[in-house]
Design a binder for this molecule. Structure first.
Ligand SMILES: O=C(O)CCC(=O)C(=O)O
Ligand SMILES: [Fe+2]
Ligand SMILES: [Zn+2]
Length: 677
């Protein structure tokens, strides 16, 4: 081979690799973000991997883009691994597409990042624009003077002192000190019978009186937790225990001014606190030093709050913008280096049970006793309503953000179907199977409106319905899939009815693939990934993640956009509530609560789902690892009937007009392929 040939060959190989990555970036943008790219040149481009979420700052990206032409606008959505650029002319954007696609740049942390550019019809300037603060939340700036700030900071004595009654702990990832009452991280509550001597520091007392008088707060707190965070430290997403504290919770942010490198002006130290609704909506709130965060109502009771442990935050670049929401002007975002932050969180200890409106997350209103095993169809239906439908509706967004990797053997089934086949995905969730084979006509259905909405945003066909009554004509489907659905029905009769409904949809000769979660999480001496993912840290904290349930085991989860650059660990969080509540045999008719990532001891059980404020796919984070405390996020319990070996197959064999083509075990699930005869 002469050298000419060789270089040609080389180029085409690199080109192929690039095209593959470019395609992958387009696919990821569409499937995970709903961003549609186009194959013709337009003025706007989406720059995959060139986002604040990849630690690429405006300062780095803009000059690179400006080399190709006049940049009209650069939109950098917070925490996203991509950005949008609009050039003045299509020629300029085309030049950027030709020269920058596949180009490496160095991010803020000194790592190489490969950019992938694609044309878009229009960037979602508006959609990513203004976002409201969570209801009930306010940030009051400059609430104290720099002098008071200094005094407050100096008043905290961090030196270890055993006589010191103001209980102080060095949590693994931040320092804390308590006044008034000790906050116990073991149960996320306070011992109301044992106030600490000394109460709140006098200095705080007079400041609180002033805020009361001026109307910034309505109630005088009697408990104070001082948290100190080094850069890179944080606090896991949590809701302060309802039964422990009254409604109003306030947090004063303190920290010294930092001088920006190479710049004369001072920049106020600030961090971003993330608020997350159980439906998955996340609102990053910027907290400058000397500001007071006031959480009441929904923002205090329903939303989790947490600080992602990292060294940089995405903040508003302009000096005019100070606090509050970070996405006010997405054309104006940059990265800010964290300094040491000390916060004074004041709360009022609660002496009567909480009777807030948010019963789903209220520990005072959680039923003491778990639900019972259903005795009738009606009870079963009620159990599913409460412990399946209501939960999925509540966690839809968060659930969806942990569900993107289709299972290989399900994909194999769908890919083997003849093109043009009509296929129903009954219990389609966020629609992760609806697009795996574009040659099929797929229709999804799910009981959760929010999940169906997510499917529709992704431009899939999906309807809301019950798997026992699918609004599709009998015999009209060439194939059906039911992945991780039938285990949510609470009686054998209802599970059989769900199987019959699938068969009803099939035409003679049509096939159905069914997956249910297996009781046996160890098969042929091999533990399922669900069990293998159980990492127990030295403390009592068990690190778990919601990622793996029946649907989400086989493939590796890499949330990147066509390159290795943005794949970073996704945090998991401690299982805080199952402390003394091990999976146990159902000795009574009460349903046991399962401990995540341990073997099943009962076929009918409740499996906890933690709303952790887990940033999920769209946010690069440093690993949370073992964070200092096990503060609670919200926990929801889902009902499951896990299937024993041969149980699913036996149920299928009782159906009329059906032959079982295959019955197998796949990563902790029992699976059947059946055919209508
Ligand atoms: O550091 C803060 O501002 C918040 C601390 C907090 O949420 C807590 O201690 O519960
Ligand atoms: Fe808190
Ligand atoms: Zn409550």
């Amino acid at each position: 081979m002469d050298s000419h040939h060789q270089s040609n060959y080389k180029r085409s190989k690199t080109e192929k690799k690039f095209l593959r990555k470019q395609m992958k970036a387009r696919h990821t943008l569409l499937r995970h973000e709903g961003i549609e790219t186009v194959s013709y040149a337009t003025q706007s481009l989406v720059v995959a991997n060139g986002g604040l979420g990849n630690s690429v700052s405006r300062k780095q990206l803009l000059p690179v883009l400006e080399k190709c032409g006049f940049v009209d606008a650069l939109l950098m959505p917070p925490n996203k691994p991509y950005s949008f650029v609009r050039y003045r002319t299509t020629e300029e954007s085309k030049k950027a597409y030709d020269t920058l696609s596949g180009k490496e740049i160095v991010d803020d942390l000194g790592q190489k990042i490969t950019l992938y550019l694609n044309f878009v019809e229009k960037a979602p300037w508006k959609e990513l624009g203004l976002q409201a603060l969570p209801p009930g939340l306010t940030v009051i700036e400059e609430i104290i003077s720099p002098e008071d700030e200094k005094m407050l900071l100096e008043s905290v004595n961090w030196t270890e002192d055993t006589d010191n009654q103001n209980f102080q702990k060095s949590l693994k990832h931040r320092r804390v000190k308590h006044f008034g009452y000790e906050f116990q991280y073991e149960n996320n509550n306070v011992d109301k019978e044992k106030p600490l001597p000394g109460g709140l520091p006098d200095l705080c007392d007079s400041i609180l009186e002033k805020w009361l008088k001026e109307g910034f707060i309505e109630h005088k707190p009697d408990q104070l937790t001082v948290n100190q965070y080094e850069p890179g430290q944080g606090i896991p997403a949590h809701i302060d225990t309802h039964s422990a504290f009254e409604d109003e919770i306030i947090s004063l942010s303190l920290g010294s001014e930092t001088r920006l490198e190479g710049q004369m002006r001072k920049r106020k130290n600030q961090i971003v606190m993330d608020f997350k609704h159980p439906n998955g909506v996340t609102v990053p709130v910027m907290l400058p030093c000397r500001s007071l965060l006031v959480m009441t109502g929904e923002s205090r009771y329903l939303w989790t709050h947490g600080i992602t442990p990292r060294k940089f935050d995405t903040v508003q670049a302009s000096r005019g913008h100070k606090s509050g929401i970070v996405t006010g002007d997405v054309e104006d975002l940059t990265l800010s280096k964290r300094g040491i932050r000390t916060s004074f969180t004041f709360r009022k200890v609660r002496h009567t049970p909480c009777n807030c409106r948010y019963s789903l997350v209220c520990d005072s209103q959680t039923k003491e006793t778990p639900p019972s095993f259903p005795e009738s169809d009606r009870e079963a239906s009620r159990l599913e309503q409460e412990y399946v439908h209501r939960v999925y509706e509540g966690i839809a967004g968060h659930f969806s953000s942990t569900r993107h990797t289709p299972w290989p053997r399900v994909v194999e089934f769908l890919k083997a179907l003849p093109s043009g086949s009509v296929v129903a995905d009954v219990g389609c969730g966020n629609g992760k199977y609806l697009g795996v084979n574009e040659e099929l006509y797929m229709i999804g259905c799910d009981r959760s409106q929010s999940l169906v909405d997510i499917c529709r945003e992704r431009r899939y066909q999906a309807v809301v319905c019950d798997a026992l009554a699918v609004p599709v004509r009998s015999g009209s489907c060439d194939a059906c899939i039911s992945i991780a659905v039938i285990h949510h029905f609470a009686t054998a009769e209802r599970r059989a009815a769900a199987l019959r409904e699938l068969v009803r949809l099939l035409r003679p000769g049509g096939k159905a693939l069914i997956y249910v979660w297996a009781m046996e999480q160890e098969h042929n001496k091999k533990k399922s990934k669900y069990l293998r993912e159980n990492r127990v840290s030295p403390g009592r904290e068990e690190l778990t993640s919601n990622e793996m349930s029946a649907q989400e085991v086989p493939a590796k989860h890499t949330p990147d956009l066509g390159s290795q650059d943005s794949a970073r660990p996704v945090p998991s969080i401690s299982d805080f509530q199952e402390g003394g509540c091990d999976s146990r045999k159902a000795t009574s008719s009460k349903l046991p609560i399962h401990t995540n990532r341990t073997p099943f001891h009962s076929q009918d059980l409740l499996v906890p789902w933690h709303v952790t404020g887990n940033p999920g796919k769209d946010r690069p984070v440093e690993p949370l690892g073992a964070l200092g405390s096990s503060d609670p996020g919200a926990v929801f319990h889902r009902y499951y009937h896990v299937f024993r070996e041969a149980e699913l197959e036996a149920a299928c064999r009782t159906l009329s007009d059906v032959s079982v083509l295959q019955s197998y075990y796949d990563q902790g699930n029992w699976c059947v392929i059946l055919q209508k005869v």
